[in-house]
Design a binder for this molecule. Structure first.
Ligand SMILES: Cc1cc2nc3c(=O)[nH]c(=O)nc-3n(C[C@H](O)[C@H](O)[C@H](O)COP(=O)(O)OP(=O)(O)OC[C@H]3O[C@@H](n4cnc5c(N)ncnc54)[C@H](O)[C@@H]3O)c2cc1C
Length: 453
């Protein structure tokens, strides 16, 4: 059951949503009039059905985890339309781009600094570079920073808002000493646990046939096609380990499955981005990923010391610095490998590959140490960095923005993106970030409603 406070943000999830699935009948939790299309892929392969059935056999129910109950499994509702991903650009910007004369989009422009009047501590614009030419653009009302959880803190620090010691070490004038870049969280997992499929259940086809399928997909716009879906990644499950919070409605692990080519895996697993150069739809094995939803380990990021402006920020994830995080993931992996006992797995001949991977050879497959080794030596995230410009009350020493997303101590400057999450959400981050966008748009309108300028 959702807590009472969730209802403060639920209307903003629903505002953007245009849900086309059967779950849309649940109007308490779903919106149907928003610009963002939400639907399942029409193409579902047999392995997805097998995985759902296997979870059901273990007692995990089929649920709408975007509704009242999160613990359970289903094929995910995605921000897609007709088997094609819908980005925020497609949903929100494209429809108004030529209609709204007060909107200008500058592409390939890199903001390097918020312009702040030092003594009034008021933001009034940004500095950016495009095609090697520097520009300044000024704001009459306020500046909204939405560069994501890695770049928003970087831009704040370059502008003089951040930890005093970091800024002073780089000779950046300190306008406001705040814990920018701290509280970094992500959804951590491993690349190194694989299930093998049989000849009958593998969807792998030779590379030249994949090219033919891609051509067919584009020619016919056939949306009931493997390429209109993401293979087993369209299924997900939310489960609890014995380390989860007392509140039994809350999961501490999300389980993802993504299709792999096992040849690329044996002995030394590659990472997600290296492997998935071919579409997700063609695979002969499945990577199982228990994802830690409630990490207690927190990391931080800071400016690149040699190239603060154009260099990437230095990221210290500090994963597994709290042992409970590792205990939770190992417990989850152990329980997931028990799926091998289900009728669904046995009938299809699906097995966990028990070859020990190269970095973990000293340990016995299935032991705590072996599984812990998979998480530390083949670490992956699912690209959900959050928390680096934390929202919090004024007495929270780590808070960077207040509940209206205004930067503490600076006038006319807000941050609105994944960086403001005080705690990473228990699920994928895209929809929550869109919710943050919907919420701040109301806050901004409310702030300036009496202004005629
Ligand atoms: C490969 C991948 C797959 C993902 N899959 C999913 C998924 O399936 N489901 C899900 O829920 N989430 C997914 N996510 C996560 C989701 O995309 C993010 O949580 C979400 O986009 C974060 O939104 P944001 O606004 O905080 O940051 P972003 O989406 O990163 O937006 C920040 C924007 O700021 C721009 N920017 C950055 N720095 C500057 C600068 N200096 N000057 C000008 N512009 C700048 C960037 O170009 C970008 O457009 C995925 C992420 C990745 C990387």
């Amino acid at each position: 059951m959702f807590k009472e406070y969730s209802f403060q943000v639920l209307p903003y999830f629903k505002k953007s949503e245009n849900n086309k699935d059967i779950e849309a009948i649940d109007k308490k939790y779903h919106g149907v009039n928003g610009p963002l299309n939400v639907e399942r892929f029409s193409y579902v392969d047999d392995n997805v059905v097998m995985l759902v059935n296997a979870f059901n056999e273990t007692g995990l129910p089929l649920v709408d985890f975007n509704g009242q109950q999160q613990i359970g499994t289903m094929t995910a509702q995605t921000t897609s339309a007709n088997g094609k991903r819908v980005s925020t650009n497609t949903a929100f910007i494209k429809p108004i781009r030529k209609k709204r004369t007060n909107l200008t989009v500058r592409t390939n422009a890199r903001v390097t600094k918020i312009l702040i009047e030092r003594y009034k501590k008021t933001a009034n614009g940004v500095k950016y570079i495009k095609n090697n030419v520097w520009y300044k653009v000024y704001a009459r009302k306020e500046v909204i920073l939405s560069a994501g959880a890695l770049n928003s803190p970087k831009i704040l620090m370059l502008s003089g808002i951040g930890p005093k010691d970091v800024l002073e070490a780089l000779n950046i004038f300190v306008i406001k000493d705040l814990k920018v870049g701290h509280n970094l969280q992500d959804h951590v997992t491993t690349n190194a646990m694989l299930m093998s499929l049989t000849n009958k259940t593998s969807t792998m086809i030779p590379a030249n046939q994949i090219i033919d399928q891609v051509k067919e997909y584009y020619k016919t716009r056939n949306r009931n096609h493997p390429l209109s879906a993401t293979g087993p990644l369209q299924l997900t499950a939310f489960i609890r380990t014995k380390f989860a919070d007392k509140d039994e409605s809350l999961p501490d692990i999300q389980v993802h499955f993504d299709g792999r080519n096992s040849k690329e895996f044996y002995s030394d697993p590659t990472n997600y981005l290296e492997t998935n150069v071919l579409p997700f739809s063609y695979y002969d094995s499945i990577n199982v990923r228990p994802i830690l939803l409630v990490p207690e380990s927190k990391g931080y990021l800071t400016l690149n010391k040699t190239h603060p402006v154009f260099g990437q920020p230095l990221i210290y994830s500090r994963f597994f610095t709290v042992k409970k995080d590792m205990d939770t993931l190992v417990a989850a992996l152990k329980s997931i490998t028990e799926l091998k006992r289900t009728k669904s797995f046995r009938e299809k001949g699906v097995k966990f590959i028990r070859n020990t991977v190269s970095a973990c050879k000293p340990y016995k497959w299935g032991s705590y140490k072996y599984f812990a080794c998979l998480f530390t030596r083949y670490t992956s995230t699912i690209f959900h960095p959050s928390g680096t410009c934390k929202m919090g009350p004024s007495d929270d020493l780590e808070a960077v923005v207040n509940p209206k997303l205004e930067v503490y101590g600076i006038k006319h400057l807000r941050v609105a993106d994944a960086s403001i999450m005080p705690r990473i959400v228990r699920g994928n981050t895209n929809a929550p970030v869109i919710m943050i966008g919907e919420k701040i748009s109301d806050l901004i309108k409310d702030r300036w409603k009496d202004c005629t300028d």
